[in-house]
Design a protein around this ligand. Structure first.
Ligand code: PNS
Length: 159
């Protein structure tokens, strides 16, 4: 069974992330979405909240699992019996950073292959940090994040 890990901060999940998850779930037998619980970052949503948002919008995909992790990605991937790390690439701006991470992960554990999926052009400008900016100033979130979680993001900013 081919298991892939799709890691990220997902603060919050966007339509770009969801597109990669849907496509990766067709390529691999199972996709484990790894939500990074990074104590040095100050996220909008706690890691378990981010995982729950992902669970809510991926209910239609049978072969996925959502879990949080801290520490090294390669250790999480190993614990999940994965052989592949899936990453989405939007623009060349993503490339340099992703290339560095892929090489580092390979140096840490050569058993894993990083596979890149090109984002659909209609999502290439979407990022979680832009979503937070738009939400903060009450901009439209339709088309940027899954409809089911728009209210939850809005509520976070009205707290
Ligand atoms: O969505 P992001 O914030 O761009 O995702 C970054 C992520 C989670 C993939 C990356 O920070 C990561 O893998 N962190 C885990 C720590 C680790 O393994 N670091 C060494 C390789 S970069």
């Amino acid at each position: 069974m081919r298991i892939a890990v799709y890691p990220g901060s997902f603060d919050p999940i966007t339509n770009g992330h969801l597109d990669i998850i849907e496509r990766a779930s067709k390529v691999y037998d199972k996709v484990v979405i790894g939500v990074l619980n990074n104590s040095s970052k100050q996220p909008l949503f706690a890691a378990e909240e981010r995982a729950n948002l992902i669970r809510r919008v991926t209910i239609h995909i049978p072969n996925i699992e959502v879990d949080t992790f801290s520490g090294l990605l390669v250790d999480f991937a190993q614990a999940k019996n994965a052989t592949v790390i899936v990453k989405g690439l939007r623009t060349v701006a993503d490339f340099e950073y992703e290339f560095q991470m892929a090489l580092l992960n390979k140096a840490l554990n050569p058993d894993f292959e990083t596979m890149f999926m090109m984002t659909d052009t209609k999502y290439s400008y979407i990022s979680s940090s832009m979503i937070k900016e738009v939400a903060k100033y009450n901009g439209r979130l339709e088309g940027l994040v899954p409809n089911e979680i728009i209210g939850i993001i809005r509520d976070k900013f009205s707290d």
